[in-house]
Structure formats: C-alpha cells, structure tokens
Design a protein around this ligand. Structure first.
Ligand SMILES: [Zn+2]
Length: 127
C-alpha cells in the first residue's frame, strides 16, 4: 500500500512540477530571456520555491493517500481494514473491538463463524 501511495505521489508531483515550471516561466517572463529559458528564474528565488513546492506536494499527496486508507480513530496512522458494524468507521485491528490483535487459530476463526451462523438463524426464525 505504501508503495502505491509513493508512486501516485511521484506521478502527481512530476505532472504538477511540469505544469508549474511552464506557468512560472510564462508569468515571470523567463521564457523569452536569458541564455536558458529557465535560467533567470531557476537561479533566483525559483529554486527555493521549487523545493518548497516539491516538499509540500509530496506531503499533500502522502497525507491524502494516508487519510483515505488509515484507521478512523483520531491520531491513529495504522491502515484501517475493518469496518465497525453499525458505524461509518473503518478501523485498524488494534482499535476494532472484535478483531484480535494477535493472529487467530483456524479453529478460533471457524468457531466465530459458527457462532455468527447460529445467531443469524436464531434472529431470522419467526417468533
Ligand atoms: Zn487505529
């Protein structure tokens, strides 16, 4: 998951910087002056600005990606895999009350499944 986010952030960044360079070059007049079209701009404040943009673009990209997949518990940065029934929240296994923190044995999983099936039958039976 982290790799996908990194690739997405990078792709976003490359496109973003490309657009930005052209936009700045046009609007700062560097496109038609100097030995190199970007020389005037990038040797000046542009180099600092480019760096700041790079850092913030990566930050925003990663932040957005993480916000989408992480646990909904405030301050928790684990990946959320488990929807909590009856709520709109998706939680990591650490915060989900019904997901064990440690691995469960196959028997344990089957027992839980069996319990669920019995519960379902009991509630669907006409009264
Ligand atoms: Zn969590």
């Amino acid at each position: 998951m982290g790799l996908i986010i990194a690739i997405l952030a990078l792709a976003l960044l490359i496109g973003f910087i490309g657009t930005l360079r052209h936009w700045f070059a046009l609007h700062t007049g560097t496109l038609h002056g100097g030995p190199d079209v970007y020389y005037n701009f990038w040797s000046g404040f542009g180099s600092d600005l480019g760096e700041a943009t790079l850092i913030s673009a990566v930050g925003v990209g990663v932040y957005t990606g993480v916000r989408k997949v992480n646990c909904h518990t405030k301050g928790c940065w684990r990946i959320g895999h488990h929807a909590l029934e009856g709520t709109p929240y998706i939680l990591c296994r650490h915060h989900h009350p019904e997901v064990p923190n440690h691995g469960a044995s196959h028997e344990h999983i089957l027992a839980q499944h069996q319990k669920f099936k019995l519960n379902k039958e009991a509630t669907s039976r006409p009264h």
